[in-house]
Design a protein around this ligand. Structure first.
Ligand code: G3P
Length: 282
């Protein structure tokens, strides 16, 4: 496929084999996102129920991202910190500084919580960052402000599929963030994540999402269909999904702590990442 689209294409997963296959199919690959659940799933598929010590599990994460980095040395690879709702910013920063030594093309993922953004505000001056588990326009305003002095690339990851799963139009959050960010300085790249089907790719392309990260299964369906690109007549099939309207009263320009950053799906998501990672441990 010729690289004639403006969005960057990433693979979302925990398997370097998928990274390699995606690069072959597409002819290029701009990056990779991972998270503790995906790394744990990949390990369990390979090793069954064999449990690991904390050091072994961390080594496994490092081994996997190093392999991915070898496949796409020119791409960006997101590595996530391990955190619970109560994990302090200092602890996340400690992990981030260690993870950034794993591979040169790292981007360190922090959850969109008060502690996560406190850590990211400092980290974005030391390394590329990716703020994950984003579900609202208000969280996106906080991410923008917290990372305003960034010296490295900043990604924000709205999770569209998890909103769709409960009947809300996740793609509208991407749309809203992109609209709100038009009044900004462009320092945050919108990375559409948690995709469920090819229409998520097509609409994200249509909206001009800076980055789209595709689970391999969705990517393969897109590949099998010849990597369709939407034209101006493309209409996203919203179906019965409940709208998430743009909020005019949420604007950039305030201290990040003044925005409402709580979202129940962020709380649920952080607990699930923690649980999946800990399921690997002895
Ligand atoms: O990159 C985000 C992604 O891994 C979350 O996807 O399918 O668990 O909602 P999902």
């Amino acid at each position: 496929m010729p690289k004639n689209i403006s969005s960057k294409i990433f693979i979302d997963g925990g398997s370097p084999q998928e990274t390699r296959q995606a690069k072959v199919l597409l002819g290029f690959l701009d990056g990779q996102t991972t998270n503790p659940s995906l790394i744990a799933k990949n390990y369990t598929a390979k090793a069954g129920g064999t449990k690991l010590t904390e050091t072994q599990a961390l080594d496994e994460y490092k081994r996997v991202v190093r392999q991915m980095s070898g496949i796409i040395p020119e791409g960006s690879i997101s590595i996530q910190v391990f955190a619970q709702e109560e994990t302090k910013a200092d602890e996340m920063l400690r992990q981030a500084r260690a993870r950034k030594t794993w591979i040169p093309n790292h981007s360190i993922k922090f959850p969109c919580t008060k502690e996560g953004l406190t850590a990211a505000e400092i980290a974005c001056k030391e390394m590329p960052v990716n703020i994950t588990l984003v579900f609202s326009q208000s969280q996106a305003a906080a991410v923008y402000e917290a990372t305003k002095g960034a010296k490295y690339p900043v990604f924000i990851s709205p999770f569209v599929g998890r909103l769709d799963d409960r009947g809300e139009n996740g793609m509208q959050v991407v749309e809203n963030i992109l609209e709100m960010y038009t009044s900004g300085d462009g320092h945050v790249e919108v990375l559409t994540a948690s995709l469920r089907g090819v229409d998520h790719i097509l609409y994200a392309l249509r909206l001009g999402s800076d980055i789209i990260t595709c689970p391999f299964k969705v990517f393969k369906t897109w590949a099998d269909g010849g990597f369709t690109i939407p034209d101006t007549s493309y209409v996203y099939p919203v179906g019965k999904l409940k709208p998430i309207p743009y909020k005019e009263d949420i604007t950039l320009g305030k201290p990040w702590q003044e925005y409402n950053i709580s979202h129940d799906l962020t709380t649920i998501g952080i607990a699930k990442f923690w649980e999946d990672w800990n399921s690997l441990l002895q």
